[in-house]
Design a protein around this ligand. Sequence first.
Ligand code: ADP
Length: 333
Amino acid sequence: PNSGQPGAGSGDNMPDTSLRPKRMDEMVGQRDVMERLKIAIEAAQKRGEPLGHILFDGPPGLGKTTFATVIPAEMGTVVQMANGAGLKAPKDLLPYLTNLSEGSVLFIDEIHRVPKAVEEYLYTAMEDFRIDIVLGEGVSARTLNYELRPFTLIGATTRAGMLSAPLRDRFQIREHLGWYTDTELCEIVRRNSIKLNMPIDDDSAAVIAGRSRRTPRLANNRLLWVRDYSQSKADGKVTGPIATAALDMIGIDVLGLDKQDRGYLDTLMRVFVGGPAGLEAIAHTMNVSGDTLEDEVEPFLLRSELIVRTRRGRMMTAKGYAHMKQTPPKRPL
Ligand code: ADP
């Protein structure tokens, strides 16, 4: 889904790992979540027990993976990283479980993609720190109980609703990560510009933050692109107008929408005459997956009230038309 340009595309996975906070106090925003986690960590440490399992949900790029790396750092333990899409069969999960050291963390990103057969292993692993492996088949089959070291599972998902109740209920701590405020994003941009040895003024930080769809990952990617642009076009100097020109050049508009976001609105307006249109129909027309649209494009368009979801499908709003500088079609009353 990436347009191939640096900083463009809402699913951009440019390497911004160098900008990822390593400790909790380097993180900006999500104050309530942070407060609760600190309490849980402290209490677990006082009791000398592993921290309860934690589930994070929310749109991409808001800090789920970051939390999954800073929490073990706070606890002085290690983390193994897995992805739900890669855990296709129980044998894919076993190495992670048997590798666990006492009190360590297993992070499973996109945990809603773990298939049922694997999920069932997670139940006993999470609840009793034990897995039952069936060896052999038929009459000669026997079950081997394997004790695990007590550990903490951290799950992340963009689709909390897709998690089965038995899995969801096994997480003691469940936290939703929401969008960042402009002020918080400005702070992230400012801090990271210093990390990149390119301190920028408030104006430029505001332009970048304002065009980042309330998402730290996007703010970082936009910042990296502005840095490239300024080094090539302005001797490394960044001002508000330079940041604006840089982002205009890769098709990021004043709301922070990128080409894919506007492509969505354009498809809905032009091909489906403003809707209602089904997600899959829009996805087919744009030649991207419905999941990508639902995870990465629609949440911000919905939140900005540029589209609405109705029972009959997605529809443009008057605000959506205005943003795209089009007039809504006259509808029969
Ligand atoms: P998710 O796992 O939710 O998709 P990530 O944790 O990978 O999102 O976050 C993407 C990037 O955004 C991180 O690499 C980090 O640099 C930045 N980031 C996320 N949350 C914060 C935060 N609270 N403070 C500062 N930077 C953040």
